[in-house]
Design a protein around this ligand. Sequence first.
Ligand SMILES: NC(=O)C1=CN([C@@H]2O[C@H](COP(=O)(O)OP(=O)(O)OC[C@H]3O[C@@H](n4cnc5c(N)ncnc54)[C@H](O)[C@@H]3O)[C@@H](O)[C@H]2O)C=CC1
Ligand SMILES: O=C(O)[C@H]1O[C@H](OP(=O)(O)OP(=O)(O)OC[C@H]2O[C@@H](n3ccc(=O)[nH]c3=O)[C@H](O)[C@@H]2O)[C@H](O)[C@@H](O)[C@@H]1O
Length: 467
Amino acid sequence: MTIQRICCIGAGYVGGPTMAVIADRCPEIEVTVVDINQARIDAWNDADLSRLPVYEPGLDAVVGRARGRNLTFSTAVEATVASADMVFISVNTPTKTKGLGAGQASDLRWVEACARTVAKAATGHTIVVEKSTLPVRTAAAIKTILEAAQEDDQQRCFSVLSNPEFLAEGTAIRDLEAPDRVLIGGEDAASIEALAAVYSHWVDEAKILRTNLWSSELSKLTANAFLAQRISSINSVAALCEATGADVREVARAIGTDSRIGPKFLNAGPGFGGSCFQKDILNLVYLCRHFGLPEVADYWESVVALNTWQQHRIAQLVVQKLFGTVTGKRLAIFGFAFKADTNDTREAPAIRICGDLLEEGAQLAIHDPKVEPAQMARDLKQEAAAAADVLSGTGSWALAESVEEAVSGADAVLILTEWNVYRNLNWAELAGRMRKPAWLFDARAVADPAVVRAAGLTLWRVGDGED
Ligand SMILES: NC(=O)C1=CN([C@@H]2O[C@H](COP(=O)(O)OP(=O)(O)OC[C@H]3O[C@@H](n4cnc5c(N)ncnc54)[C@H](O)[C@@H]3O)[C@@H](O)[C@H]2O)C=CC1
Ligand SMILES: O=C(O)[C@H]1O[C@H](OP(=O)(O)OP(=O)(O)OC[C@H]2O[C@@H](n3ccc(=O)[nH]c3=O)[C@H](O)[C@@H]2O)[C@H](O)[C@@H](O)[C@@H]1O
């Protein structure tokens, strides 16, 4: 079975880059990415490649090569499904906000809508691939919907595969072009091999893992849970370092050189953000409770609890160090995205930390190289202030176009995202614009402590007991 036409439902952070790389590497396969969001599709079709809806280093070049050749972005969902022999489902699966499982379970309404669209529109044999991150056993629900359609029309048949995505934002293209592994779960060997043949255009055979459906679905949740758990673990140690005089970077190096532990993902910081870690762990927690494993659920839930605590802890220590009040004080926030090299702010630590500081009455001047102010307003649930009303005691925020503008008159700077531009700032010059005594709270430990101190700033660095 050779795949000739791929349809991907969902032109988001995963669907767009993933399909762009498949199209780039497999010029003989027609790849069409469809979405119900017209504005998003228009942005993917923008002649100006700097205006694609997702910012990822290298994405513009990949899209530039494939678009108009064998890569298409469209809102014609049903027509594209009808002509495809493989349909990826890459739609959003956020945490449910109400009803059964609210706050933990995944909201599967968009995935189910896709299954029903495929059931209605597909022709011939169609391989349906779960690309979204899903609770284990979702494939059973998708199969049930598709089988009902098959009974109505015997000309059609379906196979369901699980092919979770492991890319990280900011390095999506690198991760897609040279993945650690590609995971394919399924029951039908021919369909598994058809998808494996797509990836084998550029991925070594040894890196293409085949499992059963449920192992594949569960591996994705488990991978994210393990990664997030490492961050909560190192952040818990960071707090202990601050209390004892140890330095978390030294501890991370010391433990990371043990080959069983490994050096990656041991950076202490303001806690993990991003659209998936929290959502996927809460989903795992929900599943554990559902399957009667409350102790396992509690274990994983503590990873999220530690993360939330770390964010509140940082906001609180800023208040404490600034003489117990930040009301009316100007604070410069460097970085709003959940990590560097992305414009994504979903679950960004900055949201909770800025929220706490606004609650305390601070006047925030927020700088970020990529995040739009309209996004900040949505995240902070508050419009930017035209002019700071210092005496009202109510917190407000404003966008700063430059780091210089952000620090002018500020009592403190908080570095919340590890953007490269914050690594080698002229702290002597910046300190000169601040009100004294002035502080730097470096939650990402990117600034050079010696330079910061020489500039006359008092420094707090995450996990640094010496400061
Ligand atoms: N963002 C990331 O870095 C990663 C995300 N994932 C998973 O991939 C999935 C997708 O995530 P993102 O791409 O970030 O989401 P996203 O929210 O950026 O994109 C999803 C897209 O699906 C579209 N959509 C929803 N229902 C539709 C329907 N019925 N028909 C057509 N289009 C529809 C939406 O309009 C939206 O554009 C999620 O399950 C997520 O957990 C997995 C790995 C990495
Ligand atoms: O399922 C997903 O959505 C993806 O989630 C993460 O990718 P992503 O959230 O894009 O970014 P990460 O690099 O994992 O960073 C997540 C958060 O952890 C933080 N982090 C990461 C590493 C570290 O050592 N310390 C740390 O605080 C980052 O700053 C960021 O806020 C995983 O790394 C991907 O494998 C997975 O596919």
